[in-house]
Design a protein around this ligand. Structure first.
Ligand code: SF4
Length: 64
């Protein structure tokens, strides 16, 4: 499973890392990045999908 953040689309709302800090975090520039290397568990996957649904810029993609 692969989670991608498109920083071209992202407008740094912070919603992903505030709502799902177990999957996302902010880097020093305030850009979101993955907080975990493996999002293979069903719980983390569910949180990544929730973040993708909640991203106002539709910048997060979750793929198998
Ligand atoms: S929720 Fe979307 S727009 Fe907001 S910081 Fe995360 S990826 Fe960027």
């Amino acid at each position: 499973m692969k989670v991608t953040i498109d920083l071209e689309k992202c407008y740094r709302s912070g919603e992903c890392y505030y709502s799902h800090p177990e999957v996302f975090q902010s880097n020093d520039e305030g850009e979101p990045e993955l907080a975990v290397k493996d999002v293979g568990t069903s719980e983390l996957r569910q949180h990544a999908e929730q973040a993708a649904d909640g991203c106002p810029a539709q910048a997060i993609t979750v793929e198998d």
